[in-house]
Design a protein around this ligand. Structure first.
Ligand code: TRP
Length: 333
């Protein structure tokens, strides 16, 4: 039996090339060696996305993106979190084994508290209890499936530590019921540079979307911030935001030659941007077409996710039964 790799994808924004390099691509590679369970964390998104249409659209966009990029739903168990009622039952059980202090210290929550305090507002202003208990739901996502490894970005490391802590606390009280998972963090691809040189992130508005129409992608590429060095001047490629993205998509030899051109002088940023744009176009145009077809067929997307949920529940139901039995809520001994 293959070990289980599981990860959640929060549908809170249109997928961009930072998501692709930092998460989607490595996750699809990992799926060769593990039984992968990848799911749309729509109930996690509900902590922030409060518009029905927006949550539905984002869920379809994320689903279509992963399928277009090659996720094979016959190999990967691909589902929607909200289709698995067992997650929410386990979430309650785990909440009873989660130290409240651990949640107080969770970064996502604490950052908002700190901002509030700094701005002279009441500590918990604007914070709903879902945001606060977010790590517990995430622990349930993971522990419900006997997950061995969880591929995530560095920003999720603390959540994984909380998950492990909760699982160990639970196991200590009963017996070894839950599998204690390991985080797989790929530091090297974590920070994909955005248009302005900061980490590519929706919240910085510095992303290149994966499947937006070509002219929009082009517009974003042209917005990449560069210095004002003239073409003939030698440049440091490692200081250039265009190169930082380009090097992930061009082949090794081309990247090496380009690096030399930067160092020698003779490279115009405008040409480099055009080249990057073309490279992105050739890399993603077939998948973009596929994406557009899928987006026209949301019934098909629903079907894929529902079939995935059935398979996921086959794994989840017996594990939840074990948990219920361990804590003593079922009649059978
Ligand atoms: N919190 C994760 C994020 O924001 C999404 C997520 C939800 C997740 N449940 C998960 C990731 C379980 C890994 C495992 O990206």
């Amino acid at each position: 039996m293959k070990q289980i790799a599981l990860t959640g994808i929060k549908p809170t924004g249109q997928p961009h090339i930072g998501n692709y390099l930092g998460m989607i691509k490595p996750a699809l590679e990992l799926a060769h060696d593990y039984q992968a369970l990848y799911f749309i964390a729509d109930y996690h998104a509900l902590t922030t996305v409060k518009n029905k249409k927006e949550l539905e659209d984002l869920t379809y966009q994320v689903t279509a993106t992963w399928l277009a990029l090659g996720l094979n739903p016959d190999d990967v168990i691909f589902y929607r979190q909200s289709d698995i009622p067992e997650v929410f039952e386990l979430s309650w059980v785990l909440a009873c084994f989660t130290a409240k202090g651990l949640l107080n210290r969770a970064h996502a929550y604490k950052t908002i508290v700190d901002d509030n305090v700094e701005a002279g507002r009441e500590e918990d202003k604007g914070i709903n209890a879902g945001l606060y208990t977010y790590p517990v739901l995430m622990a349930a996502d993971i522990l419900l499936f006997g997950t061995h490894v969880v591929p995530v970005g560095l920003d999720q490391q603390q959540h994984l530590e909380i998950t492990r802590d909760v699982a160990l606390t639970f196991n200590k009280n009963y017996r070894e019921v839950l599998v204690v998972p390991e985080a797989v963090i790929r530091k090297e691809v974590m920070t994909i540079t955005g248009l302005d040189g900061r980490k590519m992130s929706k919240s910085y508005n510095n992303v290149i979307p994966l499947f937006a129409p070509s002219n929009q992608v082009r517009k974003q590429v042209m917005r990449i911030v560069t210095d004002s060095k003239r073409p003939e001047e030698p440049k440091d490629p490692d200081e250039c935001n265009v190169f930082a993205i380009y090097r992930h998509f061009a082949d090794v030899d081309t990247v090496a030659a380009k690096r030399q051109l930067y160092l020698d002088g003779g490279l115009a940023y405008g040409d480099m941007k055009n080249e990057l744009n073309e490279l992105l176009e050739t890399t993603f145009s077939a998948q973009r077409e596929q994406y557009n077809v899928l987006m026209e067929n949301s019934d098909e997307l629903d079907k894929v996710l529902e079939r995935g949920a059935e398979k996921a529940r086959d794994i989840a139901v017996p594990i939840l039964a074990k948990v219920r039995k361990a804590v003593g809520v079922t009649g059978n001994r």
